[in-house]
Ligand binder design. Structure first.
Ligand code: XIL
Length: 328
């Protein structure tokens, strides 16, 4: 069987998100087909730095060591995010909200500790995740980071990360990245960071897509727009859900032939598009590796089994895999 990593080696890295369970249960598949890994959760703030004076690096270190031993790169995810960040970060000892100076110092110390630890071992970091607002006219979503520090929390995060590892590629990462309104905001944010001389090197397109959404056209327009900024683009969390976002059906125990065929068609279109823009797109990471485990089994509908990847639950290639290989 043709290895994905081999098939795309002239174009981009092929990555998978992993966790401590899949690192074992999917090990053979990961090593065969992928040349990049990302921690699904283990490098997030709450996992690495649960209390102010304690860092927990074991799970992340184990992933980095496995990647290294098997010639895989590592993408870091993520330093500053409104989710999965412990409350102590934003609070004083008495539980009241902390101030700008304190929060900036905490941010700097977290970023410096984490990024320095993996300096030279990670090729890229998602420095800021999901800071742009999905709705309304405001650019940034409400968050403690924004509330307490102000809009320059984003620029500061990139500056601290760059100081800690001047070689790492630094990314702004977001979802709904192909939505016409949100992509305009993401573009505006990154453009303004570049104009301020902030060390940002790329935009991460999460690419949580489905059989139905977004349209190929919207994706192309967004990629064009981002590429026009002259930054790198990484596809960071690719999965293709079998369901419309709000489909609440939970009775399916296997994908239908029709779903498998549609998914293959979508994946084929996506990979043809990625190759058209391979001058910009240098890494394509799936948010998992095979259908035995996906966060989509619990999101956004609890207990709705999903089958978003190129490999089935037994790690065998699906029609989507064949279609993707045909695009090379
Ligand atoms: C998800 C993980 O897959 C889940 O295990 C966790 O419970 C929540 O976070 N956007 C991101 C990722 O940037 O970090 C999220 O990962 C999925 C959406």
């Amino acid at each position: 069987m043709m290895r994905l990593r081999e098939a795309f080696k002239e174009q981009f890295l092929i990555g998978a998100a992993v966790n401590p369970v899949t690192l074992d249960s999917q090990r053979d598949l990961l090593i065969e087909h992928f040349n990049s890994v990302t921690a699904e959760n283990e490098m997030k703030f709450e996992r690495l730095h649960p209390t102010e004076d304690r860092y927990t690096f074991e799970a992340a270190d184990r992933m980095v060591a496995l990647a290294k031993a098997n010639g895989m790169g590592v993408r870091g995810h993520t330093l500053v995010w409104h989710n999965q960040t412990p409350t102590w970060v934003f609070e004083n000892e008495d539980g009241s909200q902390t101030d700008r100076v304190t929060l900036l110092a905490r941010m700097k110390s977290h970023i410096n500790t984490v990024v320095s630890r993996y300096r030279g071992e990670l090729y890229a970091w998602d420095v800021v995740n999901e800071a742009v607002s999905d709705s309304g006219s405001e650019l940034l979503r409400p968050s403690k980071w924004l509330d307490i520090i102000g809009e320059d929390f984003i620029a500061k995060a990139f500056e601290y990360a760059h100081e800690a590892d001047p070689e790492a590629l630094l990314f702004y990462n977001d979802y709904n990245e192909a939505d016409p309104v949100k992509s305009e905001k993401i573009y505006t944010l990154v453009k303004s960071l570049l104009e301020q001389g902030v060390p940002i090197h790329g935009i991460g397109l999460q690419a949580h897509w489905s059989l139905y959404h977004p349209s190929l056209d919207n994706i192309r327009v967004a990629i064009e727009k981002y590429a026009s900024l002259g930054v790198k683009l990484h596809i960071t969390e690719l999965d293709v859900s079998m369901f419309a976002f709000d489909d609440r059906r939970t009775d399916l125990t296997a994908p239908t032939e029709e779903m498998l065929a549609l998914q293959a068609e979508r994946y084929g279109q996506f990979f043809r598009l990625f190759q058209e823009y391979s001058e910009y797109i240098t890494s394509v990471t799936f948010w998992g590796a095979a259908d035995d485990y996906t966060w989509l089994d619990h999101f956004p509908v609890r207990g709705r089994k999903n089958w978003p990847f190129l490999f089935d639950a037994k790690h065998q290639p699906k029609p989507s895999y064949s279609e993707v290989l045909k695009t090379v």
